[in-house]
Design a protein around this ligand. Sequence first.
Ligand code: NAD
Length: 485
Amino acid sequence: MLLTDTQELLPLFIAGERRLGRGAESETFYPATGEAVGRLRAADAADVEEAITAADHAFRHSGWAQRKPHERAAVLHRVAALIRQRAEPLAQRQRQDNGKPISETRALVASAAGTFQFFAAACETFEEQITPSRGDFMTMSVYEPMGVVAAITPWNSPIASEAQKMAPALAAGNSVVVKPAEVTPLMALELAAICEEAGVPKGVVSVVCGRGSVIGDAITRHPLVKRVSFTGGTTTGKHIARIAADKMMPVSLELGGKSATMVLEDADLDHAVNGVLYGIFSSSGESCIAGSRLFVARKLYDAFLDKLATKAAALRVGDPADERTQMGPLITPRHRETIESYVALGQSEGARVLTGGKRPQGALFDKGNYYLPTILDGLTNSARTVQEEIFGPVLVAIPFDDEADLLAQANDSVYALAAGIWTRDYKKAWRIGRAVQAGTVWINTYKQFSISTPFGGWRDSGLGREKGRLGIQQYMEQKSLYWGL
Ligand code: NAD
């Protein structure tokens, strides 16, 4: 049984102990049915203080920071193994927590295990640099852990986002205080329990749940917090960056997106249709990298959009527990209202609804936050519906005339997180891939990830990079030592 499989009030992880928070009681709900799936008492300001003070104490006295890299790595390998042992119950619990189809939550759990394994190896093989003698001195460049690091995460892929921050921070020798999204606290609590079971000393990992504007804010401002690794909305990210500027605290910010996916005249059309659909409608479009702006060569436009709309209408929207489901519900009733208001805005801006644009009908959908895959066209790139992040299953399609027109439109966005290019011409793919402004560019594929490849955004999509062998470095301070000879 998992820690969170209980009808009891869930304890938080604070100062190495499992205990109830002292804040308000809250429930979390299964987006597919509206049933309550978790009850907990959130943290209050005193809990935050206790978690951070304990994390700082554990940083200085638990020995975690001083352990040899291979010893920390062994613990992190055990975390990966425990996640794998419990993969199925964790995937089922994650499904209840955020309503993603089971096929997707299994992938998220596998990714979390892979992340711990990767950073265990990165920790073990991390090399300091020594420069040879320069006559009367030599230098060593060394890296030190920072102390208490905060991980603040959103609700759309909780276990993967949390692992992506906890694993490198722990590998580097830090203590971590995790603040999961209000509506999806369960996976952070499970990961903390697994870390403790694997041998991470008490106090090194804490989880404090509660409202972002109160608990997240208090964590960010705390003088003992030496770095915040944040994933979430751009407005929140900028707020955190302002606080960080006052503290001269490094931050990494993984923020919103409105990614361009581009279908060129010579694309393999069936492959492109499937890729575009996956890019926007997997995870119900609740994905920072969703390919939500589609640019199609004018010559292909009508035929491509016909095919796309027909296939989008045939996607299996339904019960996330069903293995065959391709799109589940949205996270909350309120979020669905936001999506609906964007579709209405699009229509008021002149959009045609090619498919979707409403809730599905039928008994299965009565209680869940379902919405149909939706494709709009007839808008220009400057419309608000095309420029603003909707974070739902809404794709806006626009034709383009030539490469210059395509790049001008694709790059005309405050966001620059990801992009997709569908073409058979590798030279064009290279040229456009270099010219498009985005942290990640997929060519003839979309939403594929490798933990060894850096990930992050430009402009309003964020600051800093996660993943990759050097992902561990952002959780360390660099120091140069000079040795007189
Ligand atoms: P959000 O910004 O509302 O919340 C994210 C986290 O920040 C939550 O834990 C929240 O409680 C906390 N928070 C809120 N206000 C805070 C404050 N004042 N101080 C500190 N913490 C605060 O975002 P969301 O609605 O949970 O997530 C959706 C957003 O996340 C989208 O914009 C999406 O694009 C983005 N996202 C980005 C990535 C990426 O890797 N670039 C990945 C996933 C999601």
